[in-house]
Design a protein around this ligand. Structure first.
Ligand code: ADP
Ligand code: MG
Length: 725
C-alpha cells in the first residue's frame, strides 16, 4: 500500500515522537510539511569570491553584495569610549577578512567558534587600516563535511532556517537535510502532481516530485530556477482557480430583467452639468451601460485615481437604474462622505423627480423610521449610507444597483457578502486605491474592470514639497497669501489610535494657536472623528461653502471629500502616514482650476535623495528599506503624482508579508511568487485557471481531478473564506 504524505513525521525512523514534537513547534507536522520545508537560501560555488578577489572588485569600484567563505581564526570585542564592537576574523587561502557588529554583541559572541567555517554575505568595505570588512553580514555556518563536498564538487549548498530551539536539541543543518532526504526517498511514490499533465507539458514545468528533490538539493542553478518557477506557477494557478470559481459563482445568476437606457433622461441630466464628461468617463459609462443592459449581473470594478470623477459616473449609472423603475444605493465608508454625496446628488438632481436620502448611524429615530418606510415603498429613490445600511435587515422595495465607493475601506469579504446576499443583481465597486495590475487581477480578479486613466482636463498637477517643520512660519505666510486670493486650505493632524486623546488635544491646542495666528478675516475650523455627526456636518458644509478658510482636521477627510476650491493641503508629521494614505490626503486638492499644493511636514531631515528609476532602488536591501521607509515615502510623494507609480513603491516598501490581507480577501499569501516580478507567469496561470473553470466548473473531468484534490487538501480554508460553495 502506498504511504500518504499526510502522515505524521513521527513515523520517519530518524524522527520519532520526541523530535516530532520539536518539529511541530516550527509548523512541521506531516510529511507534506517537511517536504515543503525548503531552504531559505542557496550558495553556489561559482558566485563565491576569495578575499583577494574581493579586494580587486572593490578597487574597481564594485559596491554590491558579495559571498565569501572562511575559517574563524579570532574573535574579539573592542570598546571605543562608550561604543562597543564585536569583531570576528576569518581566513581563506588568499588572506584574511573581518566581520563587524555594533549591535547584538552578546549573541554573536556565542555563535562564532575558532576553526569553524562560515559563508558570509554582505557589502564589503576596506577599513582605514586596510582591513577587508563586512558589517552586520548574513552568515551561515558550513558543517565540515559539506565544506569538503562543496570544495570538491562545487555543488550548490542549501541553507535552511533552523530555529534555535531545535538546534539546541541537536537537529542542525545536516540533520534536517538527512531527515528530509530520507522522507523524499520513502514517500516519493505518494507524491502525486497537483497540476494537470497537459499544463505541465504546455509550459515545460517541472513535475512535483522532481521539484521537491531539486529544491532540497539542486544539481545546478538552472534546475533550481526551474523548480522555483514551477512552485510559483502552482501558487498563482491555485489562487486563480479560487478567483475563477468565485467569478463563476457571482456571474452565474440570471437577472430578472435587463435594463434599457432612457436616453432622454440621461441627455437631460448631461444638459444640466456645468461641464462635459471626459473621454474616460464616457468610456467607462459605456461599459457599465452594457452590463446593465445585459442578462448577466453586473460585477464591475471602477478604478480611477483620486479626483478622476468617479462620483458622476456612479450617479449616471443610478439614473439609468431609476429610469427602469428600480431603486439605487450608494455605500460609503464614512458619515461625512455620506452627507457630502447626499448634498452633491440633491444638487445635481434638483430638476428631477428623484428623492435622495441618507441612512447613517446618526439618524434620529424619527428620520430613520421615515427612511425605512421610503426604502420599502418608493421607487424613485437613491439611498446613501454607510455599511450599516446593508448589514441590518432592511427591506428594499426593489434595489436595482448598489455602488460601493472607496471599496478599499470595506474589505473584500464585505463586498463578497453583499454580492452573495443577492440584495441586488448589479454591483459597481469604485476604488481610488491604486493597485498594481498584478494585485488587481487577484484581489479583484473575479470582477470586470473599468479604468479611468485621466483626470478631467484643465486640472493642473499638484505641486508637492517636503519641508522640515522649522519652516512653518513661512508656510503659514504662504497659506495666508493664497487665502487672500480666495483659496482654501486643509491642515491635517495625524491621529494615531493608541494616543487618540493626546493627539486630539494637540489638534485642539493647535487650532487655538492658529486661530490667533492668521489675520482676523481668516476663519479657521476644526474637524475630528470624535465630534458628533451634526457638528461634523455643519463644519464640512461651512468649509464647502467657503465660510471656513482653513480647516484643521484629522484624517477623517482622507477619503472622498470634494471641495474644489481647496487648493492647499498641509500634512503635519507626514512621516507617520503610509503612502496610500498620503496620496489619498493629497487627493483632497487639485480638484479645481487653481494651482494646488501639498506640503509634507516632518520633524526629520529627509535622508539622501533617492533615485527611484535606478537599479539601486530596485535592489535596495530589506534592511535599508526598513531604515529609510519614511524618507522613501516622502521622496516618492514629491516625485510621483500618479497613484499607480506610488502603488508599486508602496508594495515594495510593504514587502512580501500580508499583501492580500488574507482574512479579508480569502486568498492565501504568496510564498514563492512575487506579485510584481512574476507578472508574466500570473497571466499564464490566470488564463489556464479561467479556461479550466469555464469548461469544467465542478472539476469533474478526470484530467482536472488533481486540481480538485489539491484544492480540498490545501485550500479548504480559503474556499470557506471566499464563500465558494
Ligand atoms: P473621485 O474619482 O476622487 O471620486 P470626484 O468624483 O470627487 O473624484 O471628482 C473630482 C472633481 O472633479 C469633482 O469636483 C467633480 O465635480 C469634478 N469633475 C467630475 N467630472 C468632471 C468633468 N467631466 N469635468 C470637469 N470636472 C469634473
Ligand atoms: Mg470619490
Amino acid at each position: 500500500m502506498s504511504k500518504s504524505i499526510l502522515e505524521s513525521v513521527q513515523y520517519l525512523k530518524s524522527v520519532g515522537p520526541k523530535r516530532a514534537k520539536l518539529f511541530s513547534e516550527i509548523g512541521i507536522n506531516t510529511i507534506y510539511d517537511l517536504l515543503f520545508y525548503f531552504p531559505k537560501r542557496y550558495i553556489d560555488r561559482s558566485t563565491i569570491l576569495d578575499s583577494k578577489k574581493v579586494r580587486e572588485y572593490i578597487s574597481k569600484g564594485y559596491t554590491g553584495e558579495i559571498t565569501i567563505i572562511g575559517k574563524v581564526i579570532d574573535t574579539s570585542s573592542i570598546s571605543y569610549g562608550r561604543k562597543r564592537i564585536f569583531k570576528v576574523t576569518l581566513s581563506d587561502p588568499t588572506g584574511k577578512f573581518e566581520l563587524v557588529w555594533f549591535q547584538g554583541i552578546k549573541y554573536f559572541k556565542d555563535v562564532f567558534q575558532i576553526d569553524q567555517f562560515y559563508a558570509v554575505s554582505s557589502k564589503p568595505v576596506i577599513s582605514k587600516y586596510n582591513h577587508l570588512q563586512f558589517m552586520h553580514p548574513d552568515f551561515d555556518r558550513i558543517v565540515d563535511e559539506e565544506n569538503y563536498n562543496f570544495l570538491n564538487t562545487g555543488k550548490i549548498i542549501p541553507f535552511y532556517t533552523i530555529p534555535q530551539k531545535i538546534k539546541n536539541k541537536s537537529i542542525g543543518e545536516l540533520g534536517i537535510r538527512k531527515i528530509i532526504g530520507a522522507a523524499v526517498e520513502i514517500y516519493s511514490d505518494s507524491i502525486a502532481d497537483t497540476i494537470p499533465n497537459f499544463i505541465l507539458k504546455k509550459y515545460d514545468l517541472m513535475e512535483l516530485l522532481e521539484t521537491i528533490k531539486t529544491m532540497h538539493l539542486p544539481s545546478s542553478y538552472e534546475m533550481l530556477k526551474k523548480a522555483q518557477k514551477r512552485l510559483k506557477f502552482e501558487e498563482l494557478f491555485f489562487i486563480q482557480i479560487l478567483v475563477a470559481l468565485r467569478r463563476k459563482k457571482i456571474f452565474s445568476k440570471k437577472k430578472d430583467k435587463p435594463f434599457t437606457t432612457n436616453a432622454d433622461l440621461i441627455k437631460k441630466f448631461l444638459h444640466c452639468l456645468p461641464y462635459e464628461l471626459t473621454k474616460d468617463q464616457k468610456k467607462v459609462l459605456k461599459e457599465i451601460r452594457s452590463d446593465l443592459e445585459s442578462r448577466v449581473p453586473m460585477n464591475r470594478l471602477l478604478q480611477g485615481d483620486v479626483g478622476s470623477g468617479k462620483t458622476l459616473v456612479a450617479l449616471i449609472a443610478m439614473l439609468i437604474t431609476i429610469g427602469n423603475g428600480y431603486q439605487a444605493a450608494l455605500m460609503v465608508p464614512t458619515e461625512i462622505l455620506a452627507s457630502q454625496h447626499c448634498r452633491t446628488f440633491k444638487n445635481f438632481l434638483k430638476d428631477f423627480d428623484i428623492e435622495v436620502i441618507d441612512v447613517t448611524g446618526s439618524n434620529s429615530s424619527r428620520e430613520r423610521k421615515s427612511a425605512l418606510q421610503k426604502l420599502k415603498s418608493e421607487a424613485k429613490l437613491i439611498v446613501i449610507g454607510t455599511h450599516a445600511l446593508f448589514e441590518e435587515k432592511i427591506e428594499f422595495m426593489n434595489l436595482g444597483l448598489v455602488v460601493i465607493d472607496e471599496q478599499h475601506r470595506f474589505g473584500v469579504a464585505q463586498r463578497g457578502r453583499l454580492i452573495d446576499k443577492g440584495i441586488t443583481q448589479n454591483v459597481l465597486v469604485m476604488t481610488a486605491t491604486p493597485i498594481p495590475r498584478t494585485l488587481a487581477m487577484t484581489v479583484y480578479g473575479e470582477l470586470d474592470v473599468s479604468i479611468i486613466e485621466n483626470k478631467p482636463g484643465g486640472i493642473l498637477p499638484i505641486k508637492t514639497v517636503y519641508r522640515k517643520d522649522n519652516k512653518l512660519d513661512s508656510i503659514y505666510k504662504f497659506i495666508g497669501e493664497e487665502i487672500d486670493k480666495g483659496r482654501q486650505c486643509y491642515i491635517v493632524y495625524p491621529l494615531i489610535e493608541e494616543s487618540e486623546k493626546i493627539d486630539l488635544k494637540a489638534a485642539e491646542i493647535y487650532y487655538e494657536k492658529l486661530k490667533n495666528y492668521f489675520s482676523k478675516n481668516i476663519t479657521v475650523g476644526l474637524l475630528h472623528g470624535k465630534m458628533n455627526a451634526d457638528e461634523k456636518d455643519s463644519v464640512m458644509s461651512e468649509f464647502a461653502e467657503g465660510k471656513i478658510n482653513v480647516l484643521i482636521s484629522t484624517t477623517v477627510i482622507e477619503v472622498g471629500i470634494d471641495v474644489p476650491n481647496a487648493s492647499i493641503i498641509l500634512i503635519n508629521d507626514a512621516d507617520r502616514f503610509g503612502l496610500a494614505q498620503l496620496h489619498q490626503l493629497r487627493g483632497r486638492v487639485g480638484r479645481g482650476e487653481a494651482h494646488s499644493y501639498c506640503i509634507l511636514m516632518s520633524k526629520y531631515e529627509l535622508g539622501k535623495s533617492i533615485d527611484f528609476s535606478s537599479e539601486d532602488f530596485e535592489y535596495l536591501s530589506n534592511a535599508e528599506i526598513e531604515r529609510n521607509k519614511a524618507s522613501i515615502r516622502l521622496a516618492a510623494m514629491v516625485k510621483f503624482g500618479s497613484g499607480f507609480d506610488l502603488s508599486e513603491i508602496d508594495l515594495k516598501l510593504r514587502g512580501p508579508g500580508n499583501i492580500f490581507g488574507s482574512q479579508q480577501s480569502g486568498l492565501p499569501e504568496l510564498i514563492f511568487a512575487d506579485i510584481i516580478h512574476d507578472y508574466d507567469l500570473l497571466v499564464l496561470a490566470r488564463a489556464e485557471a479561467q479556461a479550466i473553470i469555464e469548461s469544467d466548473p465542478q472539476l469533474k473531468k478526470e484530467e482536472n481531478f488533481s486540481i480538485k484534490k489539491n484544492l480540498i487538501a490545501c485550500y479548504s480554508e480559503n474556499i470557506k473564506l471566499s464563500n465558494i460553495a
